[in-house]
Design a protein around this ligand. Structure first.
Ligand SMILES: Nc1ncnc2c1ncn2[C@@H]1O[C@H](COP(=O)(O)OP(=O)(O)OP(=O)(O)O)[C@@H](O)[C@H]1O
Ligand SMILES: [Mg+2]
Length: 301
């Protein structure tokens, strides 16, 4: 909307200054360039409205409704096979609900191409890491920023000024994101050679590169030791602090309780509870689900 002013308003990192001398404010400005920083928090960003999804005879999601509110960290938990990843898949257009609907930012999500979902503002990471193994860490993130590039193909072929600007901007932003997630020291290494924890963080950087309104993390702490989990909690809090909305699938209860504002619990495709960490911790159905249904009646002994 404001056209050429954007080149001069200081959102790019200075090219001639080493990155470790760039201030945090500049990094934040570069990382958050296109983000809506001033949206009202608390209102619904994504709504699952009575979503049912069947795979043949198996009902993976059964009449599931909940919303993700702007600015919150929402935890999505439940035993294995509960339907958590399937929720991500209907939110990101991989599957179309058998009935019910998903509404994101006022628009109904159907079965949609990945780039359409990205443009709408949803980004995700995967339970099993998906990176371009032969590309460097930096390249993996630049690919994410590409999803938001504005130059047309003819423009790119003609190497217009705008295209050069975007290219440099993409690399700057990608480096800033690697720093933000704490892995800039190995930006030039092939993704497949990075330590596991770095790969998980790289996936988050790549997702953030698409400038999402909603960041969906599918078990980002899987395989982490307690110290790595604590660091991840800090990172997720920082991400939310930057104004992103976060939906987090995670099995580790301590992590979930420590970072989430609200929690939704699924079991066998049903939503069995929703509430604050405190409410979820004391919820009988949740306790029963996690103890394998050992306690049916309270006080009966
Ligand atoms: N494409 C598919 N075809 C058939 N069944 C599927 C498909 N995707 C998921 N399911 C089934 O749907 C149910 C929910 O799976 P989902 O992967 O969503 O569980 P989850 O809560 O993410 O579990 P986990 O904690 O193990 O990752 C499971 O019974 C699973 O086998
Ligand atoms: Mg899963």
């Amino acid at each position: 909307m404001t056209s050429s002013a954007s080149e001069a308003d200081g959102q790019l990192l200075p090219a001639d200054v080493p990155l470790d001398e760039v201030s945090d404010e500049q990094i934040v400005a570069a990382v958050g360039e296109h983000r809506e920083a001033s949206v009202a928090t608390g209102e619904s960003l994504l709504v699952l409205d009575a979503v049912t999804l069947r795979f043949g005879g198996l009902t993976a999601l059964d009449d599931v409704s909940f919303d993700v509110r702007r600015g919150e960290i929402l935890g999505l938990i439940g035993p294995n096979g509960a339907g958590k990843t399937t929720c991500f898949n209907v939110m990101t257009g991989v599957y179309r609900p058998t009935s019910g609907k998903v509404v994101f930012d006022g628009r109904v999500i159907k079965r949609q191409a990945k780039h359409t979902i990205t443009r709408m503002g949803i980004a995700r990471t995967f339970q099993n890491i998906r990176l371009f193994g032969e590309m460097t860490a930096l390249e993996n993130v630049v690919v994410g920023t590409d999803a938001r590039h504005h130059t047309s193909v003819p423009g790119a072929l003609g190497r217009t000024r705008r295209h050069f600007h975007e290219e440099r901007s993409a690399v700057d932003r990608a480096m800033a994101l690697l720093r933000f997630v704490g892995i800039a020291d190995r930006s030039a290494e092939k993704a497949r050679n990075l330590p596991y924890g770095y790969q998980r963080r790289l996936e988050i950087a790549r997702a953030l590169a698409t400038e999402p309104k909603l960041l969906c993390l599918d078990e980002p702490a899987a395989g982490f030791n307690p110290a790595e989990k604590d660091e991840l909690v800090e990172l997720i809090k920082q991400i939310r602090g930057e104004g992103y909305t976060v939906l987090l699938i995670e099995h580790d209860m301590r992590l979930v309780m420590g970072v989430c504002d609200r929690i939704v619990v699924l079991e066998f495709g049903h939503k069995i509870a929703e509430g604050s960490p405190e409410e979820i911790r004391n919820d009988k159905a949740v306790v029963a689900a996690y103890l394998g249904g050992e306690e049916d009646d309270d006080g009966a002994a």
